[in-house]
Design a protein around this ligand. Sequence first.
Ligand code: PLP
Length: 407
Amino acid sequence: MAFDAEIVRKDFPILQQQVYGKPLVYMDNGATTQKPQAVIDCLVRMYRTMNANIHRGVHFLSEQTTECYEQSRRTVQSFLHAPFAEEIIFTRGATDSINAVAFSFGEAYVHPGDEILVSEMEHHSNIVPWQMMCDRKKARLRVIPMHDDGTLDLEAFRASLSGKTRLVAVTQVSNTLGTVNPVADIIREAHQAGTRVLIDAAQSVQHLSIDVKQLDCDFLAFSGHKLYGPTGVGVLYGKRDLLNEMPPYQGGGDMISCVTFEKTTYNELPLKFEAGTNNYIDAAGLACAIDYLTALGLPEVQAYEKRLTQYALSQLKNIPGLRIYGEAPERAAIFSFLVEGIHPYDMGMVLDKLGIAVRTGTHCTQPVMDHYNIDGTVRASLAFYNTEKEIDILCEGICRAKKILLA
Ligand code: PLP
């Protein structure tokens, strides 16, 4: 059956409500996505019928939750096309995943004088952990610049790669500009230079199909809450051999094999990187979200989002005085814009009163703002439950805001 956003929307209870007496138009999906009833039901069912701590019990409930947790891992594994289940580490989110690599990989592989490459369009989550690691390890953070259209300067990237580069950390989709970066090329070229690559998939996992085996990335990070799943859970994928060689970054229960005061030995993957009681309930919720999305049909969802993106672009471009930041030919449904003479915060406030939820500010990408010499933008970020009708409402809202704010 053809994908029908109007029907699919009914799966999301929050979208059925009104704000300020107006139908909610939710366009802040880059910050977090809404949850389908199936995910909400999954969480309630888990707490009502099978809650018990994983891995440490021999009783019925604990065995059930443990099996459910490991099944959730296998769901993520097959979603990412990872060769082995133990390459999937559950974390608190993309930020946590990146920090884990920065600490653990940094301990094992980064030495004074080494270099880490990030791009100018990274989220702060994919900048600051590397800065902190570089400080610790006396290494140097280098930046791949971007062009004004929001595409990466790949010539500069190639020129920056050297024998000193230990890792390239780059986003697959920019949360501010919508740019889809050519990560397969970046990974291939980095590998040719002997460099490992981490892909920040926080904004791509919900828009694109990801095959870590085909991409050949060394690490990949994403958050559950941006993939229609619960908050507080995320994923770090890492190649098994590499993870095996890396030291744990947190100590505690579950990550050990044997503890004495003289010496502790660590557990096998993936538990080596999952210290303490992990978020097994939300991991199940994330797996449920993945099942939901997969059942909708990823190709259909992606084709719909592509059409929506083209429609949004064409409509936004019709508004006099509106400038879109980020015009990469390959892009996701994320639109940052400014209207001449209007502060983004004011625009966001007026849109809010019309029931339209957008985000304003720097979107945790201050270097992108510095690139354009601006303080912030308005960002509308779409999901498959958004419609052309809602894009029309957004555009009408922007025009209304212009009338009010420029009067
Ligand atoms: N990377 C990108 C590209 C993001 O957009 C975000 C969040 O907006 C993150 C990382 C951090 O995600 P989280 O706050 O869920 O850890």
